[in-house]
Design a protein around this ligand. Structure first.
Ligand SMILES: [Zn+2]
Length: 366
């Protein structure tokens, strides 16, 4: 019996060691917060031409101004989908962001209308609750018709069909809360700081947002078709003011993620489910490690609840479950693996500090 237990311990050490190697290989430690800035349109696609202004130019100038400000922060890396007047397929924009493993994707556009409508709005991917939102998305999506092979790249997606748009929504679902949070911050800056008319945070089926796997928003700075708003957005004063508002919202969003981490660490009291161990040993299942601070909500973790997060060596580690009962944690580990976290493993804590699993098991079984 003793030998059997020893064997189990040894196998656990091996699994633990292997898993740590795999984790650190896949997720290279990276401390910078990566923001991908996407200037809408470009090249042969001018975007809307309200009042003779060019959406593609205003979007680019504003994006470059946001980036210039963000780059002043040494812990932020800015990536641009375009820095010049070039045409870039929508799906490529998302690919750039995904390849960078970005923390945020911010796409910048200007709206147009046949009326003198005006105001700034920020969109997240979702079902359009009304026709107006659908029309905005339809306009921004229609650029795919200028792309070669669009049928292949968007799998038969038809921007003109509401049903088609509905089918692309699931991909952003897990980032929706964070996207809405950022969108809300941007709108707040636009309205309270710059007195722009608030067209609110809205949801609609933008293809460019569908391609990304991170919190993503699309900003419509305002209407070029509106006489005074068009002139404002076309001026360098307008562009710099709008860019600063977006920059401040991004910094505030980043700050709130960092605050959440310390909140978690303060609030992380260990729950004991049995009284059998006096040494305050608890077990958790480590399911993932990432440079991103995800909220510990079930929708971020394939439906698993009781997720906790710790920052260790520049990486956020995510744990499932929290129990002093070793048999229970083995059950939770199986559950995590079944959910798709194949390389998850059990970790042990003594008085809240991580210790070797073998050491923990010794104290528990004694
Ligand atoms: Zn646009």
């Amino acid at each position: 019996m003793k030998t059997n237990k020893l064997l189990i311990f040894v196998s656990f050490i091996i699994v633990l060691t292997l898993s740590s190697f795999i984790t650190s290989d896949v997720q290279t430690a990276r401390n910078k917060f990566v923001v991908v800035l996407d200037a809408g349109h470009g090249g042969k696609d001018p975007g809307n031409l309200g009042n003779g202004y060019k959406e593609k130019d205003i979007a680019l100038k504003t994006v470059l101004a946001v980036g210039k400000e963000l780059e002043k922060n040494p812990d932020i890396k800015v990536v641009y989908t375009r820095k010049t007047d070039v045409f870039i397929d929508l799906f490529v924009r998302g690919k750039i962001a995904n390849k960078e493993k970005a923390d945020l994707f911010v796409s910048i556009h200007c709206d147009s209308h046949t009326s003198q409508a005006y105001g700034a709005g920020t969109f997240v991917l979702g079902t359009h609750r009304n026709k107006t939102n659908f029309e905005v998305a339809k306009k921004e999506n229609s650029v795919i018709f200028m792309e070669e092979d669009y049928e292949k790249n968007y799998a038969g997606f038809d921007p003109n069909s509401p049903e088609s748009v509905m089918s692309i929504l699931l991909s952003q679902e897990e980032y929706l809360d964070q996207s809405i949070q950022l969108a809300g911050l941007i709108q707040k800056k636009f309205t309270s700081k710059l007195n722009r008319k608030d067209r609110k945070v809205k949801q609609a089926g933008f293809i460019v947002l569908h391609q990304t796997v991170m919190p993503s928003v699309l900003v419509e700075l305002g209407f070029l078709t509106n006489k005074s708003e068009g002139a404002y957005l076309n001026s360098s004063k307008g562009q710099i003011q709008m860019a600063n508002a977006i920059k401040e919202a991004i910094l505030q969003y980043k700050q709130s993620l960092e605050t959440n981490v310390s909140d978690y660490q303060i609030g992380n009291s260990t729950i004991e489910t049995t009284s059998s161990n006096s040494a305050n040993i608890t077990f958790k299942v480590q399911i993932a490690a990432s440079s991103k601070a995800l909220e510990t909500k079930p929708y971020n973790f394939k439906g698993l609840s009781t997720i906790s997060r710790d920052k260790e060596g520049g990486l956020y580690k995510y744990f499932y479950g929290n129990t002093s009962d070793y048999e229970s944690i083995k059950g939770l580990e199986r559950e995590a693996k079944n959910k798709g976290y194949k390389s998850s493993f059990i970790v042990a804590f003594k008085d809240g500090k991580k210790i070797a699993l073998t050491e923990a098991l010794k104290s528990v079984t004694n």
